[in-house]
Design a protein around this ligand. Structure first.
Ligand SMILES: [Zn+2]
Length: 331
């Protein structure tokens, strides 16, 4: 770990710049990689983030979640007490960024969450060479190979065609996964109205306002008659709660990178598991590290052992950073 970038209880801290990155407790100054709730928490005094991250935080936390908000564009450089700060697209969700820090000629890239698969709802991950690369490790095991996302999305359309009398209730995370799935379905020619649980509406409308075309979407509360064949997206937690009980004859799906694991499919009582993830799989992680070509790799939030052992064999200096407080809101 570079001496000027240290791990503290509140998170990763840049000493000369006097700021934290994605702190887990309220701090004076925070740089936020993206708006998922495990990275973007309320009540910091000042935040620096992309316009989209700031807008989405406002939607989620209402107006007073922090005192001062500063927007930074992708590629723009800001000097913070001698530390050069740059936000670079991470390909994870709308507005997501890697953060590049440069201090006294040394560069560190903090990846945040990222993926390499093309996703129409956000800018693609950009490779930036650096001395130290801090990578996430959510799916850092060789068994994780995310399948083709279009073929996975097509399973939903096929199921609707084959079970036209049933209502399809599909669990998706509200920020990112929901909108990416809708885009994939539209690209596959699915033109019918897609109904959304109330908890998915505001963020989806925000994506539309940012010119991400989602086609006809409506609040599921507007759905009065069930003719069968309706597609309703909801947060995963709503799949088995009281809300979902009003839909009688249903196929229940869940869109997540974890849907390769049979135990989780069974646990969550899912008939239609769809494997689409907004995180890099094993190959994406290892290819990305090769491309970024850092001298040192720090591995955090996720499974670090397999990746560390792989990197050691390849001759990289590497260690576990083990930042706490990052769950998989967004798998
Ligand atoms: Zn995330």
């Amino acid at each position: 770990m570079k001496k000027w970038l240290i791990k503290r209880k509140s998170g990763l801290f840049c000493e000369p710049g006097n700021f934290y990155i994605d702190p887990i407790r309220p701090v004076e100054k925070a740089l936020i990689t993206h708006a998922h709730t495990d990275h973007a928490r309320p009540n910091n005094k000042k935040i620096l983030a992309t316009k989209e991250t700031i807008d989405i935080m406002k939607i989620r936390y209402q107006e007073n979640y922090c005192k001062t908000k500063q927007k930074i564009s992708y590629g723009e450089s800001i000097n913070m007490s001698g530390v050069k700060v740059k936000f670079i697209p991470a390909g994870h969700i709308l507005g997501s960024a890697q953060i590049l820090l440069e201090y006294k000629g040394e560069t560190v890239v903090i990846s945040g969450d990222y993926k390499r698969k093309r996703d129409k709802t956000c800018l693609p991950f950009e490779v930036n060479n650096c001395n130290t690369f801090i990578t996430e490790a959510t799916f850092a095991l060789p068994v994780f190979t995310h399948p083709n996302d279009k073929l996975e999305a097509k399973k939903i359309i096929d199921s609707i065609n084959n079970n036209s009398a049933q209502t399809h209730l599909i669990g998706v995370y509200a920020l990112g996964k929901c909108q990416r799935l809708i885009c994939l379905l539209r690209d596959l020619g699915f033109n019918k109205t897609i109904y959304l649980h109330g908890a998915l509406i505001k963020i989806s409308e925000y994506y539309v306002s940012e010119e991400i075309k989602l086609g006809a979407i409506k609040n599921a509360s507007e759905l009065k008659d069930f003719n069968g064949g309706e597609l309703i997206l909801c947060p995963p937690s709503a799949l088995h709660d009281r809300w979902s009980q009003k839909f009688k004859d249903t196929v229940k799906g869940f869109v997540s990178g974890w849907m390769t694991i049979k135990q989780r499919i069974k646990q969550k009582n899912i008939n239609l598991p769809i494997v689409i993830s907004d995180h890099a799989d094993w190959k994406e992680l290892t290819d990305t590290i090769k491309e970024v070509s850092p001298e040192k790799v720090l591995v955090t939030h996720g499974r670090d052992e397999a990746l560390l052992s792989f990197l050691n064999k390849k001759g990289y200096k590497c260690e576990s950073l083990n930042l706490l407080g990052f769950e998989d809101e967004d798998d």
